[in-house]
Write a protein of this length. Structure first.
Length: 459
């Protein structure tokens, strides 16, 4: 059907079966113009509402999402191929983000600054209309990373979901209305990046763009925003290291490694796809790791036992395949045959650190294992990439954990763990992994402008 689909519609495929799930109208530039006008009008009333009222409605929105978690999860499975367990977590994360943001509404306060001759106060005021361009790898939670704090801070939001995954976004917009969120305050415009996305970025009525996606597209968006002096937050690519020192609990590190890059079929900017192991522990680590890779259960996303589903699309499948060619030494798991965009869990060994599979973001279930000599060598290899989003290190030495954490150029690091994202802590990248921070206690302020007011008290 996609070969004959009109350009003003999007075809949503089930990645596990390649069957058409839905045909969705694609928004035009005129649609964006109309949506921005509606959003601006709704935002003025929302910003004027009492903080307690905004917080109450956001909590009601969270409660409605909670009541519909299973429906949202099943939509996510159908359009994105996520395992049902992951999809339920993602829908629950939207609920949690809304609850967390609601708690910040009444704490979004300015400051009183000591000055001579009067008093000086600051106000945190909403920006206006926020454009959110969300990715297909985590359609619900990453959209909510911006949606929840932006609404809490008094803004309106226009969300453009990825072309392949618009269904959960459209349903969230319906649930917002059910919860009593004012009409037009949160709008969803499915569409193509070159049309709907560009129109949103270029529109003078949109005060800020929040984009999650590839570094290549992020640079294009940043350039367009720069031309308009428009605020932007970018969460881009990653090639995150998993550093395993010889003094670590090798068994625990090996057991945790597979899902550190196979979760969500490796379609995760934080995936630990460069496994760096101290040479003295290298052979033992591989011996323990191989069975873990080979035993990962890949299959029907609706099966509760499934650990890994399909890739999002045929284009993504071909991209992943292009990185694992020739005579590379690999350890592979199993994947279904037949319809669906399946690729097996794959570990590449004996490769040069500069090889494309070791240096570029594959965005699939593929990782490389590289040996290092000592702490200095580990840091050198960890930083030998244009990215700096996340990473892990495994050691029993607390001093080493702190030294290496400070030395690795990445925004989110975990010790003896692979946890990167918590909605109550800040998230963002170094280098070409992005610009700005999301989540955490300061999330709301990223959607405000600081106004300074001096009041003279002199006669």
């Amino acid at each position: 059907m996609s070969d004959v689909l009109a350009p003003d519609h999007l075809e949503v495929l089930n990645p596990a079966t390649e069957e058409t799930v839905a045909i969705v109208p694609a928004a035009t530039r005129d649609d964006v113009d109309a949506a921005v006008a509606r959003a601006a009008a709704a935002q003025r009333a929302w910003a004027a509402a009492a903080p307690a009222d905004r917080a109450r409605l956001l909590r009601r929105f969270a409660a409605v999402v909670d009541a519909n978690i299973e429906e949202l999860a099943l939509l996510e499975v159908r359009e994105a191929g996520h395992t049902i367990g992951n999809a339920r977590w993602e829908a629950g994360n939207v609920r949690d983000l809304l609850d967390f943001a609601a708690g910040g509404v009444e704490r979004l306060s300015g400051r009183q600054i000591p000055v001579a001759g009067g008093i000086d106060v600051t106000f945190l005021e909403p920006l206006g209309v926020i454009g959110v361009i969300a990715p297909w790898n985590f359609p619900m939670p990453i959209a909510a990373w911006a949606l929840a704090p932006a609404l809490a801070a008094g803004n309106a939001v226009i969300l453009k979901p990825a072309e392949t995954t618009p269904l959960t976004a459209l349903r969230l917009a319906e649930l917002a209305l059910e919860a009593g969120i004012p009409e037009h305050l949160f709008q969803v415009l499915p569409g193509r990046g070159a049309v709907t996305g560009d129109a949103l970025v270029e529109h003078p009525g949109v005060a800020k763009i929040v984009f999650t996606g590839s570094t290549r597209v992020g640079k294009q968006i940043m350039a367009k925003c720069a031309d308009r002096v428009k605020r932007v937050t970018l969460e881009l690519g990653g090639k995150s290291p998993n550093i395993v020192f010889a003094d670590a609990d090798i068994e625990a590190a090996a057991a945790a490694a597979p899902m550190s890059f196979l979760d969500n079929t490796g379609q995760d900017c934080c995936a630990r796809t460069r496994i760096l192991v101290q040479r003295s522990a290298y052979d033992r680590f591989l011996e323990l790791l191989a069975p873990g890779i080979e035993s990962v259960l890949v299959g029907d996303p609706l099966d509760e036992k499934t650990q890994m589903g399909p890739l999002i699309s045929r284009a993504q499948l071909e991209r992943v395949r292009s990185y694992v060619t020739g005579d590379l030494t690999t350890i592979r798991g199993k994947a279904p045959e037949g319809p669906g965009f399946w690729y097996p869990p794959t570990l590449v060994t004996g490769v040069d650190p500069t090889a494309p599979v070791a240096a570029e973001e594959v965005f699939g279930p593929v990782a490389v294992v590289l040996p290092f000599e000592d702490e200095e060598d580990a840091v050198r290899l960890a930083n030998a990439t244009e990215y700096g989003l996340s990473g892990s290190l495994w050691t029993r030495d607390v001093g080493r954990a702190l030294r290496v954490s400070r030395a690795v150029a990445a925004g989110n690091l975990s010790v003896n763990s692979h946890s990167s994202v918590r909605y109550w802590t800040p998230f963002g990248g170094y280098k070409q992994s992005g610009l700005g921070r999301e989540l955490g206690p300061d999330a709301l302020t990223a959607f405000t402008e600081t106004k300074n007011v001096f009041i003279s008290t002199e006669a």
